[in-house]
Write a protein of this length. Structure first.
Length: 368
């Protein structure tokens, strides 16, 4: 049996803690979102539900045991939006509910009359720049891990015709260009930190935002007006959706984004959005908290082993003559509590030679 030689650790000089952030680049291509696994609107990796309130996108046919959930997508609008909120519109109450649900979870309530805050295209939350109708993409925790890294989010969309959504000059890249890891260009609310999405990598002051991304929640909220043209997003594109997408009204061959929000189902709007996503990329962040133990091996300890193979009779096997220096090889470090109960084990990649002529410091790191 291996020897158990104990050496006390000083909490002041032998133990320290660190925090490390790991980042992965996550690309989501438009081919996965629409058209990889089957004909568009009938893909095996797109899951619609009987409640019809959102749509789920997977990286493989969703009935497969090896599939991974990528994100959910939905749409909604505020009930005060006169042109959209009407009982005559398709799934009107569900679209209002989806909008209010995400507002409540991510923004909370106002302090004055306890009403739900509305999404805004800036960081002020002062009821200016409200985004009354939005598309919402909620990413899987598998992708975002602890959070989306600030200043890394990009979503490339097409605003061309239905047949050619990514035609020249019809491509927009939505990005959190002003957000910084140190907190600049970011606001914090109930749903955590969030930054504004712009269609420029270097937006000048006064540029109108086209959405927001909530980093810890892993949710991007995009205004429906981003699918309009013009510097202020005030010119609707006439072929945002129609009978091409699930749930389009009969005879409607071309619809603007606002018309689709009113007259098409949530699933139909999700189809239309997926058709116009060319690429999504961001860096996720994983926070690793570590405790590091510096296990010090002095020159006059751990030079012998109680392993039965260490001795032949009364002689040490690794000695040729009695005057030779004793030698041991360290292969394992155990961490014990005050009652000598084993709590953790660290294995060395290769044995370390130990003699009375050397001292060692073995660094053991516990990540959690």
């Amino acid at each position: 049996m291996p020897v158990r030689s104990y050496e006390p650790l000083s909490l002041n000089s032998d133990v320290t803690t660190t925090r490390t952030f790991l980042h992965e680049v996550l690309p989501v291509t438009g081919t996965i979102v629409s058209g990889t696994y089957g004909k568009f609107m009938a893909e095996d990796n797109i899951k619609n539900y009987t409640h019809g309130m959102f749509q789920s996108v997977y990286d493989y046919p969703y009935l497969s045991s090896s599939t991974n959930h990528i994100f959910d997508i939905t749409c909604g609008y505020d009930e005060s939006t006169g042109t959209l909120s009407s009982s005559a519109h398709v799934q009107n109450s569900k679209k209002i509910n989806m909008y209010n649900q995400f507002c409540q979870v991510l923004l909370g309530f106002t302090g004055s009359n306890n009403t739900v805050r509305m999404f805004e295209n800036d960081l002020k939350l002062d009821k200016t720049g409200s985004m009354n109708s939005v598309y919402i993409v909620s990413f899987s925790r598998l992708l975002t891990k602890d959070q989306i890294k600030k200043n890394s989010f990009k979503m490339t969309i097409g605003t061309g015709s239905w047949k050619h959504p990514f035609a020249t000059s019809s491509v927009k890249v939505l990005q959190d260009a002003n957000a910084r890891v140190d907190g600049q260009g970011v606001n914090t609310t109930l749903g955590g930190d969030y930054g504004v999405l712009f269609t420029s990598s270097n937006p000048p002051a006064g540029t109108i935002g086209c959405g927001v991304v909530f980093y810890q929640a892993g949710i991007a909220v995009i205004t429906s007006s981003v699918f309009n043209k013009g510097a202020n997003f005030d010119t609707p594109i006439p072929q945002f959706a129609g009978t091409h997408a699930l749930g389009g009204p009969a005879g409607a061959t071309a619809m603007s984004a606002s018309e689709a929000l009113a007259d098409m189902s949530i699933s139909g709007n999700c189809d239309a959005i997926r058709h116009r996503i060319q690429n999504i990329t961001f860096n996720n962040s994983t926070e690793i908290n570590s405790t590091i133990y510096f296990c010090r091996v002095p020159h006059n300890k751990f030079n012998y082993s109680a392993n039965p193979t260490y001795l032949t009779g009364s002689k040490i096997r690794v000695k040729n003559v009695g005057g030779d220096t004793p030698i041991s090889y360290i292969t394992t470090v155990g961490l014990y509590n005050a009652s000598n109960e084993l709590l953790a084990v660290a294995k060395l990649s290769e044995p370390l030679k130990k003699t009375p002529e050397n001292e060692l410091t073995i660094r053991v790191r516990l990540d959690y």
